[in-house]
Design a protein around this ligand. Structure first.
Ligand code: NIG
Ligand code: FE
Length: 415
C-alpha cells in the first residue's frame, strides 16, 4: 500500500541529516518544504520533496495507491511524548480542590494522598479495567497528534501491583498503533515502609527489578529523586541495579527542591532528566557534558503552580530541551502535546520552532527512539499528522486549547 500526500502547504520538521537531537541555537531553526509531497510505503516515509519533483512514475507502481490532497494544510511528524503515567485507576480532582483551598501538593502527599492515593485505587482495580481505561487515553492522545509515548509504572508500589501495571503497558504495546516504551518507576515509599526504607529498597532491587527484567516488562527504569521521596544514594542504587539488568535510567529530578537528582542521573548515564524546576548553573554544567536529555514538563508546573524550569538559560547554554506532557492524575491530567507547545511559548519564552524540536526529535531521543521517529526523513516510521487548513505552524501553539489536527497517520495507516 502506498499513500501519496500532495499539495502540502508546508511539510514541517524535515531533517535529511537525521540528527538524533537538536541543541542550543539550532533549536530555533526548523527545516520545512513549502508546496510539498510525501510518499508513505510499507509503514515508512519513502520519499518527499517539492511538488514539482513528484513524477508520474510515482503513481504507476502496481501496489494499491491512495492519494490525499493536503491543500492549505500542513504535515508534521507525530509528537513523541517521552514522559507519562497514563495507566491509572482514578482521577484525583478532590486533591485538586484541596489545593485550591490552600493545601500544597507535598502536604497532600505526606498525609497519604497523592501517589499513595493512586496506588490504593490501582491495587483494587482489575487488570482488564486498567487496560481498557488506559487504551481510551491512548486513543485520545493519538487524535491530538501523539504517535509515540513512554508510559511509567509507579502507582503499584508493591511487587504484585507494579507487575500488574507493567503487564498492562505490555498489552497496550501489542494492541495500540502507537509506539510505546515502558518504564518501571520507583515512585514513593509506601506508608508501611516509611520507617523501613532499607527494607523497601532491598525488595525493590532484589525482588521487583529482577522479576521485571525476567519478563522483559520494562525498557527503562526511573526514580523520583526529590525532597520527601528517594534520596540521591537510593536513586543511584536503583539506577545501577536497573542498568545491570539492561534497563537504561531516567530520573524525575529537581521538581520540588534542588535534589541532586540531575547529577546522579548524569552520573548513571540516564537517558533523560525530567521536571528540572529547581536547577542552577551546576546542574546545567552537568547536563552539558552528558548524554542525558533535559526534559521539561510544562503541564505539571502549570497545574501545580510550580516555579518554572529555566528553559531559556538552558537553550542559551547550548543544551537541547525536550518537552513532555507528564500525563497523570495528580500533577498533569492532560496528554495534549499541542497545549504543551502553547505552554512552552507562553510560559517559558520558547519560539514555536524550539517547541517543535522539543516535542518531536528531542523527546524521541528522551525515549530512545530518535533514529526512527521524531522528524521527516526517508526510512523513518510514517507517524504523521495532517492539520486543518492553517496559516502558519505558529498557529498551533498560538491556538491554546484547540486541536487543529485533522488526520492522523500511524505506521503509514490513516487512523
Ligand atoms: O511526574 N513527580 C512525580 N510523579 C508524577 C506525579 C505523581 C502523582 O502526583 O501522581 C509527576 O509529576
Ligand atoms: Fe512524572
Amino acid at each position: 500500500m502506498r499513500l501519496i500526500l500532495q499539495n502540502i502547504k508546508e511539510l514541517v520538521q524535515v531533517d535529511p541529516k537525521r540528527r538524533l537531537w537538536v541543541a542550543g541555537k539550532s533549536m530555533s531553526e526548523v527545516q520545512t518544504i513549502k508546496n510539498a509531497f510525501l510518499i508513505v510505503k510499507d509503514e515508512q516515509i519513502s520519499d518527499f520533496g517539492p511538488m514539482e519533483k513528484l513524477s508520474q512514475s510515482d503513481f504507476e507502481a502496481d501496489d494499491l495507491l491512495m492519494e490525499i490532497d493536503c491543500s492549505g494544510k500542513m504535515v508534521f511528524p507525530s509528537y513523541c511524548d517521552s514522559h507519562t503515567h497514563l495507566v491509572y485507576a482514578a482521577s484525583r480532582e478532590n486533591e485538586f480542590t484541596d489545593r485550591n483551598k490552600g493545601l500544597t501538593y507535598e502536604e497532600i502527599a505526606q498525609n497519604g494522598g497523592g501517589i499513595l492515593n493512586s496506588a490504593r485505587h490501582l491495587h483494587e482495580m482489575l487488570e482488564d479495567a486498567l487496560f481498557n481505561q488506559a487504551m481510551v487515553r491512548l486513543e485520545e492522545i493519538a487524535m491530538m497528534g501523539t504517535g509515540a509515548v513512554e508510559i511509567k509504572s509507579g502507582y503499584g508500589l508493591t511487587t504484585e501491583s507494579e507487575l500488574k501495571m507493567l503487564r498492562v503497558i505490555h498489552r497496550m504495546k501489542q494492541h495500540s498503533p502507537l509506539m510505546i516504551k515502558s518504564t518501571f518507576l520507583a515512585h514513593a515509599f509506601p506508608m508501611e515502609f516509611r520507617n523501613k526504607r532499607k527494607e523497601y529498597m532491598n525488595m525493590l532491587v532484589n525482588e521487583m527489578l529482577p522479576l521485571i527484567a525476567a519478563d522483559e516488562l520494562a525498557d527503562y527504569v526511573d526514580v523520583f529523586c526529590d525532597r520527601g521521596f528517594f534520596t540521591i544514594k537510593e536513586t543511584e542504587r536503583i539506577l545501577l541495579a536497573g542498568g545491570k539488568l539492561g534497563m537504561k535510567g531516567k530520573v524525575h529530578a529537581n521538581e520540588l527542591a534542588n535534589s541532586g537528582g540531575v547529577q546522579v542521573g548524569v552520573k548513571c548515564n540516564a537517558l533523560s532528566a525530567d521536571h528540572l524546576e529547581h536547577i542552577e548553573d551546576e546542574e546545567i554544567a552537568a547536563l552539558m557534558d552528558s548524554e542525558t536529555m533535559p526534559t521539561v514538563l510544562p503541564g505539571a508546573a502549570f497545574f501545580l503552580n510550580l516555579k518554572l524550569a529555566p528553559v531559556r538559560k538552558m537553550i542559551e547554554a547550548g543544551l537541547p530541551v525536550a518537552l513532555a506532557s507528564d500525563y497523570n492524575p495528580g500533577s498533569s491530567p492532560s496528554g495534549n502535546m499541542n497545549f504543551i507547545q502553547s505552554l512552552g511559548c507562553l510560559k517559558y519564552g520558547m519560539t514555536p520552532e524550539e517547541t517543535i524540536h522539543a516535542t518531536t526529535i528531542n523527546s524521541a531521543y528522551a525515549m530512545g527512539i530518535s533514529e526512527s521517529y521524531g522528524s521527516i526523513a526517508r526510512g523513518k516510521v510514517a507517524n504523521l499528522f495532517i492539520t486543518k487548513e492553517i496559516s502558519s505552524y505558529a498557529v498551533i501553539p498560538y491556538s491554546f486549547g484547540s486541536n487543529l489536527i485533522e488526520t492522523v497517520i500511524l505506521n503509514g495507516e490513516i487512523q
